[in-house]
Ligand binder design. Structure first.
Ligand code: ARG
Ligand code: ZN
Length: 849
């Protein structure tokens, strides 16, 4: 690796581009191993730049010819791009390059997947297609011509008249290169239509492999719902006559919002009752919405530079969360979103990879498509909306769209619309964008003479590069309950701005129970001395459903921590309370299922670490198992009744209510299996005609040692469905006994269907093993080594995926000395790999620092 390509890039060094682009024409001669790309780019000096240096990004390109204003030139070429002397004033650049899509296993730029050509350009893939100023603040209209004998050849924008083997596309909306896309191949097309609020017709198409036509209906419905929602809620209409989606089997991420031509990982778009579980339907709906919403928050208004990634991602995640809340119920969605935030972002924020929502430096930007930028970025917008109120939020967004349409913007631009609309000074709020780490809010309270005093203290722990932290603006939604469960105070918004602040509430007739951080009003850790009796009241009476869930979590964690720390017996009061919630027909089944699932094992480990203790993942697994069995025995009859009461009849539907009923019966089945050893699961497996019924049944069988035949049968049934086979790989390592998982994984690595080059398959096996705490953290370090071996093999093939997967080690400091040493050794082995990619190198360096 050269020094040049591992340089750190700093936000403070931002400089406006020296040249702007007025128009780009691209012409592709597609060939699997030798694609020719000709570009004609109209450049003009940027009046807002003092530089006249002409530099074009380019990587892995063979330059065949270059011209400026029609005269041949010989640019200076480096690994990163080319430079060239150019005339004063506007000029036309032309070049022809050759690239090899078949050799592109990184899946960045133009590559082949199953015989089709496709692209991924965000963040910096376009420079692997042709020489160009590959930075988001250079926006231009694109005109694309594709020569190919494949039946379909697509790009961004509007299709021009078909001319046989030459297809032309024009995108009138100026865009940065990262939003460019090209797809060509043999497809089946599933189509629909949408009419925008102002009456413009839009053709909607989903392009898939033959055999997948029957898995597009759900995504098309989700797309139409998203389009209507963005008109209704944000006043945003679609702006082209066609919206295309392509499903691709080999894709590094979930999906990509290329203008008018979204490219999706097939797992994020294809769905059918037979092959897809309820959770997949929800995820597909959210990702379809997310990519569609980017058309305004991302494409029409983009980012000035990659440090501003949260400008489009935080806002678009927030918007997709609002959409899902409207489609599927706000409380239940909020609970899921917070669980995901804690599971991924709090985890990230408490370890060596912690970074601000707007990072200030990076080596490889792909390493910053993180839960912090996305999910914490969305939390900041949620807080902002709470602080300014819904009406001001709406006005600010209208102003944002009006003021910045067609621009590449910054977080400063974003906050300015809020300041301009409300007159509020947001300088302290802005710290949320620059300060990493999860604030810890400690609660002290006391009650005397009818007055309740609540004192909140905030501390943000040090994170890499940020030893000292300042107090943040923390909106704390608070309600008070009396011990009998009645409401003492309706929800109020307290705004914590100091390191410590007290709030008083008088006229109370008894000491209240505080219901803090309702709806999870800020992404913080609330610490208050555990009071089981109060949590039991909240679990059954808190009008805020999020806090009922929270009470259940706290009770579950205390029960498990007591079992781990003092060998206490499983907590009967907690189990009894859970069973009461489970059978409470006044509550939404989806909520009951979430509220009554035991805390996750990584959550327990995090809770222990937060208390300064060393978690033992193997002991946690045993305790969770023991508590599940205890709960199941205590409530067996109720669980059986619950299971049978929530069996649905009639055709499958992935609507929220049906998913909720299935989730509740799945919870009951999982618990019952701890008592009957899988007998009921076997019955469900035998009659299952949908994946939502079949997969958990198989999981329960395997968890209780009854899975061998069913696992083989499942494979025979689904061997031709790639997305189901991914599930088959994952299930075996996540549901076998933890001490067998490495052996199971080793066998599966030899399976002919395992394929290091397919990111979904890699994640399905290696990712699943690493995300199953007791399996990953076997004391002999065998799983660490297996994962490290696979990452070493993957790095040459797909550095981006390899780098991302190193995050499975991000919690290494939580564990005991022996495990720490084993994890460090595994990471050091990866670090020492010859020709380690820049992507992976940055990650292992940060992890080991
Ligand atoms: N912008 C895409 C999304 O959030 C993610 C693409 C990121 N790709 C990458 N290689 N870093 O929907
Ligand atoms: Zn996005």
């Amino acid at each position: 690796m050269t020094a040049e390509n591992s340089q750190t890039i700093y936000l403070k060094d931002y400089q406006a581009p020296a040249y702007l682009v007025d128009h780009v024409a691209l012409e592709f001669d597609l060939h699997p191993t030798a694609t020719r790309v000709r570009s004609t780019v109209k450049f003009r000096p940027n009046p807002n730049s003092s530089s006249s240096e002409f530099f074009l990004h380019g990587e892995n390109l063979t330059l065949l010819s270059a011209y400026i204003n029609g005269a041949a030139v010989t640019p200076v070429i480096t690994e990163a791009g080319l430079s060239c002397t150019v005339p004063d004033g506007p000029f036309i650049w032309q070049s022809e390059v050759e690239i090899n899509p078949s050799a592109n296993t990184e899946l960045s730029g133009l590559y082949m997947s199953n015989g089709m050509f496709c692209t991924q350009c965000e963040a910096e893939g376009f420079r692997r297609i042709t020489y160009y100023p590959d930075r988001p603040d250079v926006m231009a209209p694109f005109d694309v011509t594709i020569h190919s004998d494949l039946p379909y050849a697509l790009s961004n924008g509007e299709p021009m008249r078909d001319e046989g083997q030459t297809r032309r596309w024009q995108d009138p909306w100026p865009k940065p290169a990262y939003l460019f896309a090209l797809v060509a191949g043999e497809f089946q097309v599933v189509s629909d239509h949408f009419t925008t609020a102002s009456g413009k017709p839009v053709d909607l198409n989903i392009y898939v492999r033959d055999g997948d036509q029957d898995k597009c209906a759900f995504a098309l419905e989700a797309l139409k719902a998203s389009m209507a929602w963005d008109e209704r809620v944000y006043g945003r209409e679609y702006d082209l006559s066609v919206f295309n989606i392509v499903a691709v089997d080999d894709f590094n991420m979930g999906a990509m919002e290329n203008k008018g031509l979204n490219i999706f990982n097939s797992s994020a778009v294809l769905a059918s009752p037979e092959t897809t579980v309820d959770g997949n339907f929800e995820r597909i709906e959210a990702i379809i919405a997310h990519e569609y919403f980017h058309n305004w928050t991302g494409n029409r208004i983009t980012c000035r530079d990659w440090f501003q990634l949260c400008l489009k991602e935080g806002l678009t995640v927030f918007r997709d969360q609002q959409f899902s809340a409207d489609m599927r119920g706000a409380e239940v969605r909020r609970i899921e979103d917070v669980a995901a935030l804690r599971g991924r972002q709090f985890r990230e924020d408490s370890g060596p990879l912690a970074h601000p929502v707007r990072p200030e430096s990076f080596v490889e930007i792909n390493n910053f498509y993180t839960a912090t930028v996305y999910e914490k970025g969305a939390e900041l917008i949620r807080m902002l909306k709470l602080l300014v109120g819904d009406a001001a939020y709406k006005k600010a967004l209208d102003l944002y769209f009006a003021r910045h349409d067609g621009q590449a913007c910054t977080i400063e631009d974003w906050l300015a619309v809020f300041t301009d609309v409300t007159g509020q000074d947001l300088s302290q709020f802005k710290l949320w964008y620059s300060q990493a780490g999860t604030p810890i809010v400690t609660v002290r309270d006391h009650f005397a003479d009818g007055t309740y005093e609540l004192t909140l203290t905030q501390v943000t722990p040090p994170t890499p590069g940020q030893p000292n932290k300042q107090p943040l603006v923390i909106p704390v939604a608070l309600g008070l309950l009396y011990p009998d469960g009645t409401e003492a105070l309706d929800t109020q918004l307290l705004v914590l701005t100091e390191a410590e602040q007290s709030f008083r509430f008088s006229g109370l007739h008894a000491a209240p129970i505080p219901s803090l951080l309702r709806g999870f009003s800020a992404p913080v850790i609330m610490q208050r001395e555990t009071r089981q009796a109060e949590h039991l009241v909240q679990l059954t009476h808190d009008p805020d459903l999020f806090n009922r869930f929270e009470a259940s979590r706290e009770l579950g964690k205390s029960a498990l921590l007591a079992m781990l720390q003092t060998e206490a017996a499983p907590d009967d009061a907690y189990c009894g309370a859970l069973l009461q919630v489970m059978i409470n027909e006044d509550l939404d089944p989806a909520f009951r299922a979430m509220c009554c699932a035991l805390p996750g094992q990584d959550e327990i480990a995090r809770a222990l670490a937060e208390q300064g203790q060393t978690p033992d993942p193997v002991a946690i697994d045993a305790a969770v198992h023991q508590l599940s069995e205890h709960l199941a025995r205590q409530g067996l009859e109720a669980l059986q009744a619950l299971y049978h009461a929530h069996q649905l009849t009639g055709p499958f539907s992935p609507d929220a209510a049906s998913c909720g009923a299935r989730a509740l019966s799945a919870l009951a089945l999982r618990l019952i299996s701890h008592v009957d050893g899988g007998a009921l699961a076997a019955k469900q497996f035998a009659r299952a005609d949908t994946m939502t019924l079949q997969l958990p049944a198989l999981g329960n069988l395997n968890r209780h040692g009854q899975g061998t035949e069913a696992v083989a049968q499942f494979y025979q049934q689904w061997r031709h469905e790639r997305l189901v086979i991914d599930k088959w790989f994952s299930l075996q390592v996540t549901t076998c006994p933890a001490n067998k998982a490495v052996a199971v994984a080793r066998d599966l690595l030899k399976h002919p269907d395992f394929n290091l080059k397919n990111p979904n398959r890699f994640r399905a096996l290696i990712g699943a093993l690493a995300m199953t705490p007791a399996a990953f953290h076997q004391a002999d370090g065998s799983a660490y080594n297996l994962v490290a071996d696979q990452l070493i093999a993957l790095d040459d093939i797909n550095p981006q995926l390899c780098a991302r997967m190193t995050t499975v080690f991000e919690t290494w400091r939580r564990y005991d000395g022996a495990r720490q040493a084993l994890m460090r050794a595994a990471l050091s082995r990866l670090a020492a790999k010859p020709n380690l990619s820049r992507d992976t190198k940055e990650m292992v360096t940060r992890l080991l620092d």
